[in-house]
Design a protein around this ligand. Structure first.
Ligand code: DC
Length: 230
């Protein structure tokens, strides 16, 4: 069967990555979490002291971009590819609220986007990928055969993210997670370069009151429909 490209975009904490992982497994496709790439660049900038809560040396980061090497390595135990920054597995280290607070500033920089988008396009060259992010259907793969755009209310998204962080043992409050969700929405949708916007040909799913299993079944059916038309 001919392979297709599946783009899953949408707001933070709408369950994009869970859905994308399941879909990739179902179809035997490669899953790429592009948010992890922006997070890994943020983690690098934090480690180098280029960004803090009240300071950002943009030019310093741009100058250091060629020192950043990102790779995905499949972890058979977890069933998906984990992100490595300069040969170090940072899959867990990038999932903190601290990284979430800074990542949207990093993702606004055109130089950062250019580097990551090029790498993402390389990953998808032979199709057979499910990629999730903010600009996959609009910028990275405007010709993707299937585009999904996911939304849910900010309260529900914050509650999901809060539960996830607490389950990982992180000391956070619901209010700070909610503030972060709203602030990231604001920056991600209003930035100049590749803002988060639904592609004209994307299919929108609001999962505020739909459980994950039902949504997975609906979207899988859609993917098979598109595949059968190829
Ligand atoms: O999917 P995530 O929440 O892990 O993404 C983290 C941030 O990275 C998000 O707030 C905006 C940015 N991002 C982006 O600008 N473009 C993408 N394709 C993916 C993520």
């Amino acid at each position: 069967m001919k392979k297709i490209t599946i783009a899953i975009d949408g707001y933070s904490s709408t369950g994009k990555s869970t859905l994308a992982k399941q879909l990739a497994k179902e179809l035997g496709y490669v899953y790429i979490d592009t948010g992890a790439m922006y997070r890994a660049v943020t983690f690098f900038a934090m480690q180098k002291g280029l960004i803090t809560a009240d300071y950002f040396d943009e030019q310093g980061l741009v100058n250091a971009l060629d020192q950043i090497h990102l790779e995905f390595q499949y972890n058979g135990l977890r069933g998906f590819a984990e992100i490595h920054l300069n040969q170090k597995n940072v899959e867990e280290a990038i999932r903190t609220l601290e990284v979430s607070r800074l990542v949207s500033q990093i993702a606004q920089l055109s130089e950062v986007r250019k580097k990551l988008v090029e790498q993402q396009q390389g990953f998808g060259r032979s199709k057979g990928v499910v990629m999730d992010g903010r600009d996959i259907g609009t910028v990275v793969f405007p010709d993707a055969e299937l585009k999904i755009f996911m939304t849910a209310s900010p309260e529900i998204r914050a509650k999901r993210r809060f539960d996830e962080l607490v389950a990982k043992g992180q000391a956070v409050t619901y209010d700070e997670v909610f503030q972060n969700v709203v602030e990231r929405d604001r920056i991600d949708t209003t930035r100049k370069d590749s803002p988060l916007v639904k592609a004209a040909d994307a299919i929108e799913f609001d999962n505020s009151s739909v459980d994950r299993e039902t949504q997975f079944l609906q979207i899988t059916a859609l993917a098979y429909e598109v595949l059968n038309r190829q």
